[in-house]
Design a protein around this ligand. Structure first.
Ligand code: GLU
Length: 339
């Protein structure tokens, strides 16, 4: 199904390119770029689903004729990036119109605090919706003997790459357990894809990744290499949850990954769909309305990824850490979801 959406979107894109040589400036044709994540993550398929649901290029049939029900003239796209921090940067540089961003990262970027204290606060950022919860995944190799966070002592650990929200989350977690990077364990700089390869080659003992479960790449690793998801609980977690309200206690249920015969305690943080005030209120209103009202959205999101099923109006207000965009607020007020 996802492939057929993709083929359809690509053919519309190609057709539109032929029709309008100066594609992008043609009357009535507008782009909406959504910063997502890297290969192996969940942001990309989710952003792709959102982009598909809100698109309605001029060449398609109208919604009333059984065609596309997105915003007329709009072409949405999912841009692959390193994750939350790069998405915030893309919004700040006005390269993107929207992005998927961890709730903690959105808050720190908006307020210029925490890991963003050395940067200028970005009050242009605003929220469209909360999408789903991501879980902190700590994965230990088959031979490293890591049964909980404290076993990371003296090990080689990939916490994430610069540009990812994952790295920020992982640093908060290890520090809450009293660890200092490169003193108590060796921190290896690697993105999610490189971390998987390094673990398979025996070059690291563990990696961390903040992503929704089930994550296909982690699932494959646990099946093929004997890697295991490690539990994250106890005092460190309690401390973190108390200090940073975006983080909550979470369980990765039994059987989610290979070799997992018990629920694994860990942490969760919401993934938000955010935009910026400098995108017009009308555009954000149209996009928000199209996404929630398009009768095809449900199927598109369900097909995009297992976690797409969690994207509902019921949970769209959970864990939103920055103010809503005025255009989104207008729509939620109209449908009686916000006051
Ligand atoms: N939470 C990750 C990040 O912001 C992305 C995870 C994903 O794509 O599933 O870097």
């Amino acid at each position: 199904m996802l492939l057929s959406h993709f083929v359809r979107a690509m053919s519309v894109f190609l057709f539109a390119s032929l029709m309008w040589p100066s594609f992008g400036q043609a009357d009535g044709l507008q782009f909406f770029k959504i910063g997502s994540g890297s290969k192996g993550g969940v942001y990309y398929p989710i952003a792709y689903g959102i982009a598909t649901a809100i698109s309605n290029p001029p060449v398609s049939k109208s919604c009333a004729q059984g065609g596309n029900c997105g915003v007329p003239g709009l072409v949405g796209s999912a841009e692959s990036t390193g994750g939350s921090v790069e998405n915030v940067d893309g919004l700040t540089m006005q390269k993107f119109h929207a992005g998927i961003v961890q709730s903690d990262v959105a808050y720190w970027a908006y307020t210029g605090t925490g890991p963003f204290r050395t940067r200028k606060r970005n009050e242009d950022l605003c929220a469209i919706a909360s999408l789903y919860n991501e879980a902190f995944h700590l994965v230990g190799s088959a031979t490293a003997n890591i049964n909980d966070v404290n076993d990371l002592k003296g090990k080689r650990v990939a916490l994430g790459a610069l540009g990812s929200g994952s790295l920020i989350g992982a640093q908060l977690v290890v520090r809450a357990y009293g660890f200092a990077e490169n003193k108590d364990f060796q921190m290896v700089e690697a993105d999610f894809q490189s971390a998987q390869k390094m673990m398979a080659a025996g070059d690291i003992d563990a990696f961390a990744y903040v992503t929704a479960f089930p994550n296909d790449a982690i699932n494959k690793m646990t099946k093929t290499t004997g890697a295991r998801v490690v539990s994250v609980s106890g005092k460190g977690r309690d401390k973190l949850v108390k200090r940073f309200p975006f983080y909550t206690a979470e369980k990765i249920p039994t059987g989610t990954y290979a070799g997992q015969d018990v629920d694994k305690e860990t942490l969760a943080v919401p993934a938000l769909w955010i935009s910026r005030k400098s995108v017009t209120d009308d555009r954000i209103y149209d996009v928000t309305k199209a996404f929630w009202k398009n009768p095809a959205s449900r199927g598109i999101m369900d097909d995009a990824h297992e976690r797409g099923k969690n994207v509902t109006l019921r949970t769209a207000f959970k864990g939103v850490s920055i103010p809503y965009c005025d255009g989104a607020k207008k729509f939620y007020r109209e449908i009686g979801k916000l006051r």
